[in-house]
Design a protein around this ligand. Structure first.
Ligand code: DGL
Length: 277
């Protein structure tokens, strides 16, 4: 029987897990390598040149070590910048994660859409071009958050994140008078893969109901289309997790649902690069 496909999912931290869980549901037969570049987290605080210089060689190293069949860059802050460089340099399929502005604007009734991402993502020319091409007459508000990705990581790791901290980051997304439903923001693009980790809190704290647009299911469909059909009878393959810092993490149980119930084995970027277990 042929070996299962290896899919490498890459993010600056734990946000890409929200993309991973959709891909695992679509392709439970594949072998997964999840890479959190936590040594460089958060990407939103780094300049464009720094991110390119960091990610392009790191992906080369991961390809050489893990031989993936496909790589998902599960990070908007990186995808909006490095995808073209990666496709130019490496001969394998890359699937990126970019702000879902097109479906958000197509679905908005009030024509008021907000894009919530890192400061890096909302400043990117890539994001601006998506708005120019696909706004369809919508007023698009870009909201760059400095801290939400870090708050999402803290919450996932069991830390206390107050309602006030989250509300302060969400507030600029909600434009218009709350009592006039026809003219207020009705759609928010989740343009950072960390944010769906806080979805329950967002639903609770939103001043009025909106559609939250998460591209993860569409990314999973794209991945499934790019891979060969699984062989009948192929079972779930394994999963590995790499933290580039090599720092010990004790999150295996918390992370299991994202891996479709598997316990991800902790592996190293290169032999010897892991810290103490
Ligand atoms: N998860 C990343 C994204 O989708 C960014 C978080 C960060 O490292 O700043 O943009």
């Amino acid at each position: 029987m042929p070996a299962p496909a290896t899919i490498l999912v890459f993010d600056s931290g734990l946000g890409g897990l929200t993309v991973l869980r959709e891909i695992v549901a679509a392709r439970p037969d594949a072998h997964y390598v999840y890479v959190a570049d936590d040594a460089f987290f958060p990407y939103g605080h780094h300049g464009e040149d720094e991110i390119i210089a960091r990610v392009v060689p790191l992906i080369g190293e991961l390809i050489a070590t893990h031989h993936p069949d496909l790589i998902v860059i599960a990070c908007n802050t990186a995808s909006t910048l490095v995808l073209s460089h990666l496709r130019e340099r490496y001969q394998l399929p890359f699937v990126g994660t970019v702000p879902a502005i097109k479906p958000a604007c197509a679905g908005s009734k009030t024509k008021r859409v907000s894009v919530l991402g890192t400061k890096g993502t909302v400043q990117r020319e890539y994001t601006r071009a998506l708005i120019r091409d696909f706004a369809e007459g919508c007023e698009v508000t870009l909201v760059g958050s400095a801290d939400l990705a870090t708050l999402a990581e803290a919450a996932l790791s069991g830390g206390q994140v107050s309602d006030a901290q989250i509300s302060a980051e969400l507030a600029p997304c909600f434009i218009g008078a709350s009592e006039i439903a026809a003219s207020r923001t009705d759609t928010i693009v989740l343009a950072c893969t960390h944010y769906p980790l806080l979805m329950e809190r967002f639903l609770k704290l939103a001043p009025w109901p909106v559609a939250w647009i998460d591209p993860a299911p569409a990314i999973a469909r794209r991945v499934a289309n790019l891979l060969n059909t699984p062989m009948a009878g192929t079972d779930e393959a394994g999963a590995e997790m790499i933290f580039t810092s090599g720092r010990p993490h004790r999150l295996s149980r918390t992370l299991m649902p994202f891996f479709g119930g598997r316990v991800p084995a902790r592996t190293c970027l290169m032999s010897g690069s892991c810290g103490p277990k």
